[in-house]
Design a protein around this ligand. Structure first.
Ligand SMILES: [Ca+2]
Ligand SMILES: [Ca+2]
Ligand SMILES: [Ca+2]
Length: 840
């Protein structure tokens, strides 16, 4: 009897163990529905606190908790200091992970040890030396909770009830700046209006035992600490992208195990993630392949069939097709199966039914791709026109920004990854006004600077679109004279020409006024770089006069003592000048007959910069020369296209074949771009390389279920997918027998919803049934989007998680559209439309 009891106990213990958090082979703690990651992703310093690092929890498939680390602020902002990870040890014997953290600025080291304890983890902070005097009372252990998943949910602190707010309205105090922990490189995220004090949020609640979201089993989590006070803050008080923060301050003067928390994320028993049926929200043409990729929990058992249901014109529903499910296999965290309904060609409204899951409806129709670029060209691009007043119907998107112009940047480091060297490389003194730069150009992305390299790409992308597809679309009124843009108001000029003109205006002004290209025209102070709202209100529009007191305005109303003027970063980069020279040559050709004056100015600058850059690069060391040579191939082709001078064609011919031999994948696009200028012999010689590229394209189908190059970097790989899609389109246009037409649809399927995590379209696009609802644009604080934006998409978090938030716009690596990327999308979309309409 006793023996039997022991056996039962043993079984019971084993059953309990099966439900406990286990340290898995990928080095995180796991139970069904709960993953606890300990510095699988460390604070890498790219853009400081990217809200992607430290201790993280993926709770029923959604990453809802991150930022677990020793931090120096109640609610850290992006440019507050982040700890460097100095060590990471996985101890399988006691089921723990230990991470060393260091703040170099304060010579401050700490360790965090996370140990599985049944269904919970214990998080302990260890100090070998007491907290530095300067940080005492400020340094603490923090854990951050995603607002969009926790707002409106309940909490209970030591039995006191509350509800997490939809919008931040807790309380703050101000403290002397001398008490503020140093921010990144000494920058300041705030304007204290001369008070010499900073704002510090007060906690919403304090106590020792917190239950979050007892009203939502998938989000419920318990945190307790016997020895340390838990303080709950709302990070959105300081920054709209802040998270809810729970923290305990490190005790003064103590060493050893100074903080102990028990964290228990609730797991829904036997939870299995709902299938994610990936399909194109834009729909399908009757003659294209139609394959849904279904993402399944590894514990889910695949169905044997799925059905395509048709919504008839009288509103009734009938089964259009029933087909088998094909297994693809495992890819990172999930299993993938496919449902092929290509045989359905009848135009109509359909949805997919797989087990108990059904999708929203979508179209099968010949015209589904007709409008895919319209939102981008008609709305997104004109809204990003700098130095203009931009209006649409009753709404003003922004007033005319930066009326005071740009100052010569002094020697400086910069928060947006720029640098001004000791020499200005111009005739201007630091902080002197460089005249004439506040014209033309496009906002970089979710921020408002002019990145010169990106703006060059934008003009090139529009030139390419113009020359290949000649789009006559005119939906935008642009008056350079009035500095006024009105959306949806035709003015008799094709919009693409006006966009080429607008980009060229700023870039030519740079070349003329500075003498060469600026690396960027950007913010001088961090506290207006993170601006959200009307671009015209970033600066005061008045010239900065350091002889005035801060915030003082001169008697004539023309200058102020507020140092908010933008800066031009002018350290000379000959290869950037070379790129600009190439683009100017092409722009000059396109603008001739439309804006002859600008065309002539562009050509003058092209010739001058070309000569100067060539000489500078020749004088530079060999490494710089080799760097320059990398871009020679494309540059020579563009120069030939622009000037038709034989020398450029000879240079191109001298390099293209060795470059193709070295790397087909990275060279094939340029080789294809040359076809219109080459003879039949060139096309013949290119054939075997395209065949080699086709082998690569086929091989992608075995690398992942989507058959695309999927990036795993710290910025999602939407750009790679687009560039792949563009190359495949061009390869198909020139070599239809080698690159089959079917392949071009892989990219559209992915963009419009057939991808991991969710099935929403990554493009805020006309025609999609379910586009993403939030993007990282300049209206992100409104949880909104700018139509036509293209999200970078699926962000990979180590070791096995793809993610694209659709309720939280603030992670740029997933949701930020850029001017270069979105204009690349216009080329891709135009090429695709060209291909599908060729059959008509
Ligand atoms: Ca930028
Ligand atoms: Ca127009
Ligand atoms: Ca100003």
């Amino acid at each position: 009897m006793r023996h039997l009891f022991s056996l039962l106990l043993l079984i019971a213990v084993n059953i309990v163990h099966a439900q406990d958090l286990q340290l898995n082979d990928l080095e995180y703690f796991e139970r069904q529905g709960v993953n606890v990651l300990v510095f699988s992703n460390s604070f890498n310093g790219g853009f400081n606190d990217e809200k992607n690092s430290g201790i993280e929890i993926i709770h029923h498939g959604v990453r809802t908790v991150q930022g677990g680390a020793v931090r120096l602020n109640n609610t850290p902002e992006q440019w507050d200091l982040v700890p460097k990870m100095t060590s990471r040890k996985v101890n399988r014997e006691d089921g723990s992970i230990e991470v060393g953290m260091r703040y170099d600025d304060y010579d401050f080291d700490s360790r965090v040890v996370v140990t599985a304890k049944g269904k919970a983890v214990e998080i302990a902070v260890w100090l070998d030396k007491p907290v530095p005097e300067k940080l005492a009372g400020d340094a603490g252990f923090n854990l951050e909770f995603l607002p969009s998943q926790y707002w409106l949910k309940t909490f209970s602190m030591d039995g006191r009830l509350g509800r997490l707010p939809r919008y931040a309205t807790s309380q703050t105090v101000t403290r002397p700046n001398s008490e503020k922990p140093r921010q990144f490189k000494g920058f300041k995220t705030y304007d204290d209006r001369g008070t010499d004090r900073f704002v510090d949020p007060l906690p919403i609640e304090t106590g020792h035992s917190l239950i979050l979201a007892s009203d939502a089993p998938e989000r419920m989590i318990r945190i307790s600490s016997e020895d340390n006070e838990l303080r709950l803050y709302d990070g959105r008080m300081l920054a709209q992208n802040g998270w809810f923060v729970l923290r305990s301050v490190l005790p003064k003067g103590k060493t050893g195990k100074v903080i102990t928390w028990t964290v228990e994320p609730h797991a829904i028993p036997n939870w299995i993630r709902e299938p994610n049926i990936g399909f194109s929200q834009v729909g399908y043409r009757p003659d294209q392949p139609k394959v849904a990729v279904i993402e399944l929990d590894k514990k889910d058992k695949p169905e044997s069939n799925a059905t395509l249901m048709r919504i008839n014109e009288d509103g009734t529903i009938s089964e259009a097709f029933r087909g088998g499910i094909k297994e693809w296999g495992a890819y990172f965290k999930y299993n993938y199966v496919k449902f092929d309904f290509s045989s359905v060609k009848q135009p109509g409204v359909y949805y997919i039914q797989y087990g108990d899951t059904k999708t929203n409806d979508f179209l099968i129709d010949e015209h589904v791709y007709d409008k895919i670029t319209d939102a981008t060209t008609d709305v997104w691009v004109p809204i990003h026109m700098n130095h203009m007043y931009v209006t649409e119907g009753y709404r003003t998107w922004h007033g005319e920004p930066f009326k005071e112009g740009y100052l010569q940047a002094p020697e400086s480091d910069h928060f947006d990854l720029h640098r001004q060297g000791a020499s200005t490389d111009t005739k201007y003194k630091p902080l002197e006004l460089i005249p004439g730069l506040n014209v033309g150009g496009f906002f970089d992305a979710g921020d408002f600077d002019i990145e010169t390299g990106s703006n060059i790409s934008v003009v090139q992308n529009f030139i390419r679109t113009w020359e290949l597809f000649k789009p006559q679309r005119d939906e935008t009124f642009v008056s350079q004279q009035q500095r006024y843009v009105d959306l949806h108001r035709p003015d008799g000029v094709p919009d693409v020409l006006q966009f080429i003109e607008h980009g060229t205006l700023n870039l030519v002004a740079q070349a003329e006024q500075i003498g060469h290209m600026a690396s960027t025209l950007s913010n001088s102070v961090l506290d207006n770089y993170h601006h959200l709202g009307d671009a015209a209100s970033i600066t005061d529009g008045l010239h900065y006069d350091p002889s005035l007191k801060p915030y003082e305005v001169s008697a004539d109303g023309k200058s102020s003592g507020t140092p908010d003027d933008m800066w031009a970063f002018t350290t000379r980069n000959p290869s950037l000048d070379f790129q600009a020279a190439t683009m100017f040559a092409a722009a000059s050709r396109v603008l001739k007959g439309y804006n002859d004056d600008l065309a002539a100015r562009a050509l003058t600058q092209s010739k001058r910069l070309m000569a100067e850059a060539t000489e500078l690069m020749a004088n530079n060391n060999r490494r710089a020369q080799q760097r320059g040579r990398g871009s020679d191939l494309g540059t020579n082709l563009q120069l030939y296209a622009a000037t038709r001078e034989q020398q450029y064609l000879d240079n191109f011919n001298a390099q293209i074949w060795t470059a193709l031999d070295r790397n087909v994948n990275s060279t094939i696009q340029t080789a294809l771009d040359a076809i219109p200028f080459m003879d039949e012999a060139y096309r013949k010689r290119l054939r075997p390389y395209v065949q080699k590229y086709a082998v690569y394209v086929d091989s992608l189908g075995t690398q992942n279920p989507y058959g695309l190059p999927i990036g795993l970097g710290n910025w999602a790989g939407g750009g790679q997918v687009l560039s792949f899609g563009t190359t495949v389109c061009f390869a198909h246009i020139y070599f239809p027998d080698i690159i089959r037409r079917d392949v071009v649809f892989r990219t559209v399927d992915w963009l419009y919803g057939c991808h991991p995590y969710h099935n929403y379209s990554f493009v805020a696009v006309v025609g999609a049934a379910r586009p993403k609802q939030v993007f990282y644009g300049n209206n992100r604080a409104d949880f909104s989007f700018i139509p036509g934006n293209v999200a970078p998409g699926l962000l990979f978090r180590r070791p096995d998680h793809f993610e694209n938030y659709d309720d939280w716009p603030f992670l740029w690596g997933q949701n930020e559209g850029t001017i270069a990327g979105n204009t690349q999308y216009i080329i891709f979309g135009s090429a695709l439309k060209n291909i599908v309409n060729a059959n008509k």
